[in-house]
Design a protein around this ligand. Sequence first.
Ligand SMILES: Cc1cc2nc3c(=O)[nH]c(=O)nc-3n(C[C@H](O)[C@H](O)[C@H](O)COP(=O)(O)OP(=O)(O)OC[C@H]3O[C@@H](n4cnc5c(N)ncnc54)[C@H](O)[C@@H]3O)c2cc1C
Length: 406
Amino acid sequence: MTAIVLRTLNFSVHILERSSPTILQSQAAGIRAGPELHSFIETYVKDFDPDYALTAESFEIVSKNAEVEMTLPPQDPLRLTTWKCVYDMLLRALVREEGLGSAVYQTGKKVEGLERADEKVVVKFRDVESDEVQMLEADLVTAVDGAHSTVRKIVMEDMVQPKYAGYVTWRGRVPEGDVGPKTREAMKKRCVVMKGVDGGYMISWVSTSMIILDDLAYGARYYVPADPAANVGNKYEFVWIWYDPIPTDSTEFNATFTDVDGKEHFTTIPRGKIRSEVWQRVLDRKDAVSNPHFIELLERTKEPFVSAIRDLAGTRSIFYNGKVLLVGDAFALCQPHAGGSTSQAAYQALELKKALKGETTLPDWEQTCLRGAAAELQRSIGAAKFLFGGEIPKFIEKMVAKSEGQ
Ligand SMILES: Cc1cc2nc3c(=O)[nH]c(=O)nc-3n(C[C@H](O)[C@H](O)[C@H](O)COP(=O)(O)OP(=O)(O)OC[C@H]3O[C@@H](n4cnc5c(N)ncnc54)[C@H](O)[C@@H]3O)c2cc1C
């Protein structure tokens, strides 16, 4: 998103992304598109498909026997989509918009170092396949390299590391045609949460399922519904997340984060890499889940994946005299209960434009980012307390009052 904004200011942008296109395309995790992200899409993605997100009217707390216990109308439209859908849309907007600074997007390029050189910054990166090391000179570096940011480690020597939050998230997706009619009806067009699942909670919603066709001959990309003809099939899919407490450094934690090839992972075991015995132990916890619809989603999931959740409060976003900026999870890592992290990144990109145009200053931008991240952190902590079974935070109280017509 920062790259899109920079292009509108006539910067020529060069993006170095470590992952391969295959890995990026397989990241179909479900996300809530918060208001700032939606506003970014409305502003910068020409002719965006409004079906990129489905809007749920409420957020429902259901019991283990699938009865609705509480219906909470959201304060902002509850737009539900997937990471991949948003990624594809933004990438298309970045590389296809014309008449601005140029854009180069390269995958399989891992940033390893930064050096100051007069008014420039030299970025050192490695080609993941060939191992070749290259340099790139930049006027401005925006580091959006995620929770375990390499750039953050370079520019903040006194940096504290993100801290494990005490739980993992199991995640998966199931095409709507793969579940029976009862589950389909119970979960469709809804955002459903079940609290008290073995000390954690589960959430599921439906999103539009889309695939991308790469037209290599023309370098263009097209969105197509996965199966437009099907009434029931794979036009929609259910995405689900199980927030599940696992003590750090326990045998269970270590077993969970060792993949099918015996490789240990720090944050995520990607799709298709969870060992079958680990996943079987999750499926064996049916009694704890109890709700038949959630059990069906777990059982029908083909390639689940699991992530350890960590957080880190943002403290600074400007380095090297304003030549290096931290954005998104690289700046501040929030636990995902309120679903606002991508919106934070969108907000930071929108506000950065004002600073670079001279309407505000970079220090103003940093303060804005700090305030936004702190507010999101509070929302997330509040949502976690409620969803893990504790007190009701102010913003949920407001939702309850709205549902009761107060
Ligand atoms: C369980 C869960 C649920 C979530 N739900 C939501 C939600 O509902 N709504 C929401 O808005 N957000 C949600 N999030 C958060 C969201 O997925 C990301 O945190 C958010 O998109 C921030 O993105 P980012 O671009 O800053 O970081 P990332 O998405 O992590 O992207 C960083 C990128 O940098 C690349 N990279 C890393 N190191 C290097 C390097 N050295 N060189 C080159 N490239 C590098 C990585 O390959 C990656 O593509 C959720 C997260 C989790 C774990």
